[in-house]
Write a protein that binds this ligand. Sequence first.
Ligand SMILES: [Fe+2]
Ligand SMILES: [Fe+2]
Length: 276
Amino acid sequence: MTELVVRRLLIDLEQPVARHWCGGDAFLTAWFNALSMSFPIGEQFFIDSVRNGFKTLPPDQQAPLQAEVQGFVGQEATHRRIHALFNAQIEKHGLVNDWEPRARKRLKLMEGTDPRHGLAITAANEHFTALFAEWLLSHPQLLDGCEPRLKALWLWHSAEEAEHKCTAFDLYQVLGGSHAWRTRWMRRVTLVFLTDTLRQTANNLRRDGSLWRWSTWRSGARHMLGRDGLLRQTFKPWRAYFQRDFHPDQQASDLSANWLRDNATQYTRVGRAEPA
Ligand SMILES: [Fe+2]
Ligand SMILES: [Fe+2]
């Protein structure tokens, strides 16, 4: 079991955010913005899925998982709240979140289904966020040109994603979820997540007026497809998810714990949320 601490990040998101807040890079800004737009609805779905799965367990099986589930819910609830504040700032730049209404329609289809489906979708998304988190924590220089509060926002979120990446996966296994459905959902989630990220990033760039600039495409190619780029660096660990004996812990590193230790003055510890 993982001990998950809920933290309050000590940053002020009432202050405006610069249009190209990510070091003046239009592509990276649009891409981070797109991800942030997906968090309030996505993370609420992860919370609901973990809660729904947890509730179906008999009390004796709930007890050993209770603290971890509370920690997971508390961390994700904090993320979605703080990203909603961030999103309110970037929407002042004329950006429009069309990812959220699309996701809302899709998630409606999940209502009333076996809770293991929601958990498999959550576990797949958590694998994605954990890969992204590990990549960002190992390339923090990407955020060097950002205001310290925004750098802290993204690295704190990454550190906590790495911390709780096993919760939904473990719950899915405890509930007897199959390998076939776990990998089937991963294939679907991969397609949907990549398409949505691409669409929202392009939408943000179009509204920003920087979609057809050479520098935008150069940055996109470098940060996604280059040697240190996200897609190149995460392909193998993404594929590992399809192995029968895969467990998120197999991809553990010290980066999350190191960031949380070195930046302890940037947050305070808060209580946990209720699991159900
Ligand atoms: Fe999160
Ligand atoms: Fe998460």
